[in-house]
Write a new protein. Sequence first.
Lengths: 126, 105
Amino acid sequence: EVQLVQSGAGLVQPEGSLTLSCAASGFTFSNYWMSWVRQAPGKGLQWVANIGQDGSEKYYADSVEGRFIISRDNAKNSVSLQMTSLRADDTAVYYCARISGHESGDGSRHWFFDLWGRGTLVTVSS
Amino acid sequence: QMTQSPSSLSASVGDRVTITCRASQVIRNYLAWYQQRPGKVPQVLIYAASTLQSGVPARFSGSGSGTDFSLTISSLQPEDVATYYCQDYHTAPWTFGQGTKVEIK
């Protein structure tokens, strides 16, 4: 079955750290870019970070740059999000997502999240 | 930055519904639309501004280029109750609109 299974949810104190993991199965993991997207309670979606197929390219939202690190292990078909210096406004459900690409007729490349994990709740509170 | 409007709407079954999304800079057609039903994970509806993802009902359509985009549901169905998000993937950082909540009147 094609799926993303997440782990690592929890309650953490402000300035604390937490690592989220996402295990992929049912597809060739190393062929895909991967991403983390979060959603604060009752709020909208916020993109967090992307990582390229071999892990050499990484991009982050300004709000997490320098505090979060995205990484992947293609041998284990997994992607992780290491979060440090956590703040109350990092409280959210964190989704792991697969990025698929489509090449248009004009040669442009288009990207979209086509597979999502179920999400894990991270609560930052004292 | 992506600005969606309206933030919410209520329409009757069978109505035509349109949601708009405006980008703060030109993003060509590097735009996707997602549907998030209550309590569920998001699902992609449209990418490249107007390309329907496989398996998505044909009553959904997207249009636009540059800075102004729209998502149209040609005939609203009960299962379309959800929050809809546009998302720009032109360059990092990728950004989502704030969402449009669609309800049945």
